[in-house]
Structure formats: structure tokens, C-alpha cells
Design a protein around this ligand. Structure first.
Ligand code: AMP
Length: 185
């Protein structure tokens, strides 16, 4: 099963993606994790993306798309995956489509985690990551609204979008996600 987890920063994509990956026995592919790892080892890629990440801006589309193309070509991704944090722009969604068509694959379902804005800010402030300072949070939410939110319409037109209420307890949200994946919601 090939899934995309969509949602604003702070919606709980990362946490739920890890659990869903274990449940479905497929890898979780997080572009944020890949980019943070590149920064930690101070690779050329890491240095290139640092400024974007620290200021809450998106890394250029071609950079992340290349990472995803490579990652999807690895053997463990041949039986499905959960994309967490990619695509984040309509251009990335189009590139993903091209990559998948070439591989003879498609996306089965896009799960959109729905959370109210005050709850997002509260969660992000509590997380304490280096890009979770209040002014950066505001910028990341702005970037989300302008560049990522249009994906809801994009995938809704494709008929594969499923909205999931992401307020409440983690276990409760996970159950809703499994129901959505299994077509029960
Ligand atoms: P995340 O862990 O998904 O919140 O990502 C952290 C940061 O990595 C984002 O604020 C962006 O700077 C960068 N990033 C992650 N995924 C993408 C993507 N698909 N497109 C552009 N930038 C990304």
C-alpha cells in the first residue's frame, strides 16, 4: 500500500507515520528526517538545506524530489511505503506522479490530518525542535497554508483524499487512521 500523510506542521504526521508503517509493515519515508540526517553529518546536501530549514521555509522542490526518487528506488520500498512530509507543493505532487508512473505505481490513499490552528501552535511550542521557536512556527504555518494546503484540493480532485480528525489522544487518532486506510471511514 502506498500512502501519503498530509497535514500542517504539528498535526502529528511523524508520530502517526511511524505507527502506521509498523501496522502496514512498510517503510516510513520522511523527507524532514532525511534532511535532518544530512545536516547532522554535515554533508553538502546538509549545508545546502540548512538555511531553509532553520527559517521554516521549504527546501527547493528539485532537491527533495531527487531524494524521494532515490529513496523509492531502494528495495524496501518495493512493497509499499508511507510518505510523510512529501509532497509539500503541487509541483512536488506532479513530480511524484511522474516518478510513480515510470515505476508502474500509484498512490492508494492520501490521509489528511485535520487539526485546528491554536492546537497546532500549542503542540509545536511543546515539541522544542530547533525550528519550533514561535516566530519560525508562524512562518512554517504560513508556508503550509500558501504552498501545501492546495494539495488538499489536488488530491481531492483525484478522489483519493481522506480527511481524518487529528484532535484527541494519539491512540484514538491512530485508530481513525487505520479505519480510513481500511476504507471504514
Ligand atoms: P518536517 O520534519 O516534515 O516538518 O520538515 C522539516 C523541514 O524540512 C521543513 O520545514 C522544510 O524546511 C524541510 N522539508 C521537509 N520536507 C520537505 C519537502 N517535501 N519540501 C520542501 N522542504 C521540506
Amino acid at each position: 500500500m502506498n500512502l501519503i500523510l498530509l497535514g500542517p506542521p504539528g498535526a502529528g504526521k511523524g508520530t502517526q507515520a511511524v505507527r502506521l508503517a509498523a501496522y502496514l509493515k512498510v517503510p516510513q519515508i520522511s523527507t524532514g528526517d532525511i534532511l535532518r540526517a544530512a545536516r547532522q553529518v554535515r554533508s553538502d546536501l546538509g549545508r545546502k538545506v540548512e538555511g531553509f530549514m532553520l527559517s521554516g521555509q521549504l527546501v527547493p522542490d528539485d532537491v527533495v524530489t531527487e531524494l524521494v526518487r532515490e529513496r523509492l528506488g531502494q528495495p524496501d520500498a518495493s512493497n509499499g511505503y508511507i510518505l510523510d512530509g512529501y509532497p509539500r507543493t503541487v509541483a512536488q505532487a506532479r513530480s511524484l506522479e511522474e516518478i510513480l508512473v515510470k515505476r508502474g505505481q500509484g498512490i492508494d490513499c492520501v490521509l489528511n490530518l485535520e487539526v485546528t490552528e491554536p492546537e497546532l501552535v500549542k503542540r509545536l511550542l511543546g515539541r522544542g525542535r530547533e525550528d519550533d521557536r514561535e516566530e519560525v512556527i508562524r512562518d512554517r504555518l504560513k508556508v503550509y497554508r500558501k504552498q501545501t494546503e492546495p494539495l488538499i484540493g489536488f488530491y481531492s480532485k483525484c478522489g483519493i483524499l481522506r480527511g481524518v480528525n487529528a484532535l484527541g489522544e494519539m491512540d484514538e487518532i491512530f485508530t481513525r487512521l487505520t479505519h480510513a486506510v481500511n476504507g471504514k471511514a
